[in-house]
Design a protein around this ligand. Structure first.
Ligand SMILES: C[S@@+](CC[C@H](N)C(=O)[O-])C[C@H]1O[C@@H](n2cnc3c(N)ncnc32)[C@H](O)[C@@H]1O
Length: 206
């Protein structure tokens, strides 16, 4: 099982080539996830696991966006984008999403894009997201979940120990996860290649 420290090491190691590997191919999902957040003027937005900042250009400039990540290498790439694109409404911080320093009920909207399957404890991640999201606020989880097709699902279960070595798991089933994390799901949309990834919009009921 990976730890927060091992995840940090893995992502810092390939931060320099991350955009090349996972930029274009997963980009439409990022845009659709931000659209699903349905942002309003002045919203306080948190992106957990912001990585190299590939979602940042999608946020309207009239929101106040905070991006956190555990990997300094990934954050360094995100800082470059903030500077190059003059994203003054964005601030970045190194922080563990499983133990956030923010006060309760800080944010109107939260996004976790391709993050729930990279953390050692996805249930705890959701608990933290709920804590820092205002009551009635929303959060969007963009991710690949284990296929409901028995054959594909079995393959994803078998390869998961291998994919964990490069920073993510493939065996998290959305139904189980939604039940265990007590998600109040409002909407699910299929995105990216063949619709194999989902944007899951949740309402934060406390
Ligand atoms: C697959 S990348 C996704 C990056 C970005 N959201 C994107 O759209 O490409 C997962 C990111 O989550 C970060 N991450 C993993 N565990 C974390 C934790 N416990 N706290 C904060 N960030 C974490 C990793 O460092 C990495 O940048």
């Amino acid at each position: 099982m990976h730890t927060v420290e091992s995840v940090e090491r893995i992502y810092s190691r390939y931060s320099g080539i991350y955009d090349l590997l996972f930029g274009k191919i997963f980009h439409s999902g990022r845009g659709q996830a931000v659209e699903m957040m349905d942002l309003s003027l002045g919203d306080r937005v948190l992106e957990v696991g912001v990585g190299t900042g590939l979602s940042l250009s999608f946020y309207p400039r009239n929101c106040k966006v905070t991006g956190i990540d555990i990997s300094e290498g990934m954050l360094a790439e995100a800082e470059k984008k903030v500077a190059e694109e003059d994203l003054r409404h964005v601030s970045l911080q190194k922080m563990d999403a499983l133990d956030m320093e923010f006060a309760d009920d800080t944010f109107d909207r939260v996004l976790a894009a391709y993050v729930v399957t990279t953390v050692p404890d996805p249930i705890r991640l959701v608990r933290e997201i709920k804590r820092v999201t205002k009551p009635g606020g929303r959060f969007v989880l963009l991710n690949h979940f284990q296929s409901t097709n028995p054959a594909f699902g079995w393959i994803e279960h078998v390869i998961s120990p291998l994919t964990r070595r490069v920073g993510f798991r493939t065996d998290l089933a959305l139904d189980d996860f939604a039940r265990m994390a007590d998600l109040n799901v409002r909407l699910i949309k299929s995105v990216n290649l063949f619709g194999h990834w989902k944007t899951v919009e949740c309402v934060n009921i406390k």
